[in-house]
Design a binder for this molecule. Structure first.
Ligand SMILES: NC(=O)c1ccc[n+]([C@@H]2O[C@H](COP(=O)([O-])OP(=O)(O)OC[C@H]3O[C@@H](n4cnc5c(N)ncnc54)[C@H](OP(=O)(O)O)[C@@H]3O)[C@@H](O)[C@H]2O)c1
Length: 273
C-alpha cells in the first residue's frame, strides 16, 4: 500500500492530526482529497474543512470506513470508546496506526480484532512544527509494508525509527518526555542569564541557538556527546568551572534516574507497571 495512492482517515482532529495532515499536504505526499478527519468538536471540523481543505466528519465510523488506513489520534483515555465504536466494522481489516501515548498494540487488537494490522507510534511535541522524533512498533498482524506506511506518515513531521514494542516505554522516557528535559535546562539557563543582568530577548535568542547548534554539531560531526563536551572544556577554564558544579550536584545521575522514572510511569499507565 503506497502512501500516495491511499485514503487516510484521522480519528480525532486535534493538534497532532493537524500537524501530520499539514505535513503530508505540504510535502505533497498525499492529495487533500485522500484525507478525511473526524472529531466531536465542530470548531475543529470547520478548521479542517475550511482552512486545510480536507473532508471533516462527525461520524468516526463513516470516516474510517472510507479509508485504507486509519490513524487513531484521540487522547488515550478516549481510545477505548472509539475502539468500541469502530469494532465490528470493516475498519478491523484496515491498517490501524495509533499515536495514543501508552496504549499497547494488544489493547487495540483486543478492541478490534486479533488479526487487525496495528502499528503503534510514540511521537513527541516538536512534530507540531515538523521536527518531531517518533518511534514505531508493529503489532502481531502488521506487515513490513504496514510499518513502512506508518513510517512514511510520521516522516512528514520529523524523524521516525523502528523499535520493538517492548522498547516504547523507554522511548517515551527518551524522546516522548525529552523535550521537557530540554525546556527545563533552558528555563534554568535563562533564569541564570537574568540574574547576571542579560536582557531577555537577546538571552532567549542566544540560548535557543546554543541548544540547536549543539544538537546539530553532534548530528553533523557524528561524535559522541562526551567527546564534544571534552572538546569545549579546557583545563582551568569557564566550562570546567560550570561542569564541576553540575557533577557535584549529581545532575547526570538525576537525569538517568528521571528517565527511569518516566519509563516506569509509562509501564504503570499502560497497566503493566
Ligand atoms: N501532542 C503531542 O505532542 C503528543 C505527543 C505524543 C503522543 N500524543 C498522542 O497523540 C494523541 C492526540 O494528541 P493531541 O495532542 O492531538 O490531542 P488533542 O489536541 O486533544 O486532540 C484530540 C481531538 O480528539 C477529539 N475527540 C475527543 N473525543 C473524541 C471522539 N470520541 N471521537 C473523535 N474525536 C474525539 C478532541 O475533541 P475535544 O477536545 O472536544 O475533546 C480533540 O479535538 C493522544 O493520544 C496523545 O497521547 C500527542
Amino acid at each position: 500500500m503506497k502512501l500516495q495512492d491511499s485514503n487516510i482517515a484521522f480519528i480525532g482532529a486535534g493538534n497532532m492530526t493537524e500537524a501530520i495532515v499539514r505535513g503530508l499536504l505540504d510535502a505533497g505526499e498525499v492529495e487533500a482529497g485522500r484525507i478525511c478527519v473526524s472529531d466531536v468538536d465542530p470548531g475543529r471540523r470547520a478548521l479542517f474543512s475550511e482552512s486545510i481543505g480536507v473532508e471533516a466528519l462527525e461520524d468516526n465510523r463513516a470516516a474510517a470506513e472510507s479509508a485504507d488506513a486509519v490513524l487513531l489520534a484521540v487522547k488515550p483515555q478516549i481510545l477505548g470508546s472509539v475502539l468500541e465504536e469502530l469494532s465490528g466494522s470493516p475498519v478491523e481489516d484496515k491498517l490501524v496506526i495509533s499515536i495514543a501515548a501508552g496504549v499497547r498494540t494488544r489493547t487495540i487488537e483486543e478492541g478490534l480484532r486479533a488479526r487487525t494490522r496495528v502499528v503503534r507510534v510514540m511521537p513527541n511535541t516538536p512534530a507540531l512544527i515538523g521536527r518531531g522524533a517518533a518511534a514505531y512498533a508493529a503489532g502481531r498482524a502488521a506487515t513490513e509494508a504496514d510499518t513502512a506506511f506508518a513510517a512514511a506518515v510520521m516522516q512528514s513531521v520529523g524523524v521516525a525509527v523502528p523499535m520493538g514494542e517492548e522498547a516504547l516505554d523507554a522511548v517515551t522516557a527518551l524522546s516522548g518526555s525529552g523535550p521537557a528535559y530540554v525546556f527545563y535546562l533552558l528555563e534554568a539557563m535563562l533564569d541564570a542569564a537574568k540574574t547576571m543582568g542579560l536582557p531577555d530577548p537577546e538571552s532567549r535568542k542566544l540560548a535557543l541557538a546554543t541548544v540547536k547548534g549543539a544538537a546539530d554539531l553532534m548530528g553533523e560531526s557524528g561524535e559522541d556527546a562526551a567527546v564534544l563536551r571534552a572538546r569545549v572544556t579546557s583545563p582551568g577554564g569557564t566550562t570546567e568551572a560550570a561542569l564541576g558544579e553540575l557533577e557535584r550536584a549529581g545532575v547526570k545521575d538525576a537525569v538517568i534516574r528521571a528517565m527511569h522514572a518516566a519509563e516506569q510511569r509509562s509501564k504503570e499507565l499502560a497497566g503493566d507497571g
